[in-house]
Design a protein around this ligand. Structure first.
Ligand SMILES: C[S@@+](CC[C@H](N)C(=O)[O-])C[C@H]1O[C@@H](n2cnc3c(N)ncnc32)[C@H](O)[C@@H]1O
Length: 361
């Protein structure tokens, strides 16, 4: 009997160890299941189905895994619950508290309490950042699919004086029960198959004159704003061009890596006024030996850590229309970068391409 554990695990970009930790078993146990040496205990089957967000029949190999299974499911609560650690690392790579404070205090300048609604709020990051900077009496509501992240957000806000509320619901099913001064989405739109429907939905929650704020990246901008000493030491061998992979993902409605730059167009299409855009001033000088700045190493840990993650990464790229040779080239680059960043002499510059785009209802 062949269970689909390995296939489903790879689809979620999860290592054997990560899966083992979730099930509280050893990674050797997972390896034995995947190689058909042992079968999991029956009590693990529903848990596996929950982790992979499929039916137990799919886990048992009785039903096929969906076509396009290699593509990630961004509308799945479980996917984001599994990616929580990574979404926290992103903040270190992108977020500049002082720049955000500048926007709130010097650009947006709210004088009265602000009621905020955050679509796909995750663990409530934007609320944590906004409320200390806004006039007293402001409040934060988060709308989110994933119960686990809502629980984390509630835990945080319970220790603060701020008024807060969380709604566990699918954005597409959400019917606004009131209107807000500020509707926001952080790292949200690029993951949606129909950005226009999403943004129109967000507009419906705005008071007249209310502000819609969307924050998203553009990886092409970032790619040209990146330089590491590896390039110098390898006589100009540059980071490979990932654009073909991003184009494939966009064409297959997986993710749009240029979304930051497209947002003003989308806001215009739904009829917002006074549209403006800013780009964060975050430029990281990255020296991984500096203990406070180990974040790029963490990113490489996700992409390349060992032979297992090398293979997983190669599959990720071939699933997205790239030849095996090109996929190996990408992974070789990640592997060499990881080795480079383990050296004391390593240094890199990473320019964040994160856009703050806003307009008024
Ligand atoms: C990239 S994460 C960003 C989370 C948060 N804004 C942050 O930056 O920390 C996208 C979030 O949107 C949520 N999400 C995705 N599709 C959703 C939907 N259809 N309805 C509600 N939430 C959704 C996910 O669960 C996830 O937490």
């Amino acid at each position: 009997m062949k269970l689909f554990i390995k296939e489903l695990r790879e689809q979620q970009n999860m290592t054997q160890k990560e899966l083992a930790d979730k099930l509280q078993v050893s990674f050797q146990t997972v390896s034995k299941w995947e190689n058909g040496v042992n079968l999991p205990d029956i009590t693990h089957i529903p848990k596996l189905a929950e982790i992979f967000d499929v039916s137990t029949d799919v886990v048992l190999g009785l039903e096929p895994i969906e076509k396009n299974a290699g593509l990630r499911k961004f509308d799945s609560a479980q996917y984001w619950n599994n990616s929580r650690e990574l979404t926290k690392i992103w903040k270190q790579l992108y977020w500049n508290d002082d720049y955000f404070e500048f926007l709130v205090k010097n650009v947006w300048k709210w004088n009265n309490p602000v009621e905020i609604l955050d679509f796909g709020c995750g663990y409530g990051y934007l609320g944590m950042k906004f409320l200390p900077l806004l006039p007293r009496g402001s409040s934060y509501t988060g709308l989110e699919l994933d119960e686990g992240q809502i629980a984390e957000a509630k835990g945080y806000f319970a220790q603060t004086p701020y008024s807060h509320k969380f709604i566990k619901e699918n954005i597409y099913d959400y019917i606004p029960d009131k209107k807000y001064d500020l509707v926001v989405g952080l790292f949200l739109v690029s993951y949606f198959q129909s950005p226009e429907i999403l943004i129109e939905k967000m507009r419906q929650s705005l008071k007249p004159g209310g502000m819609l704020l969307l924050i998203d990246a553009n990886y092409l901008v970032e790619q040209s704003g990146y330089f590491s000493g590896l390039e110098k030491e390898e006589n100009g061998v540059k980071c490979p061009d990932f654009a073909p992979v991003w184009e494939y993902e966009m064409a297959h409605h997986e993710r749009d890596y240029r979304m930051g730059t497209k947002l003003p167009y989308l806001l215009k299409k739904i009829g917002l006024k006074g549209i403006q855009a800013r780009i964060s001033d975050m430029v990281q000088i990255y020296e991984p030996q500096d203990k406070d700045k180990k974040n790029l190493n963490d990113i490489f840990r996700y992409v390349y850590e060992n032979e297992e993650t090398y293979l997983r990464g190669t599959n990720y790229f071939t699933d997205r229309g790239v030849s095996y040779q090109k996929a190996s080239e990408y992974m070789d680059y990640y592997k060499r970068s990881k080795e480079y960043f383990d050296l004391d002499s390593s240094i890199a510059v990473k320019t964040s391409g994160i856009y703050f785009v806003y307009g008024y209802n």
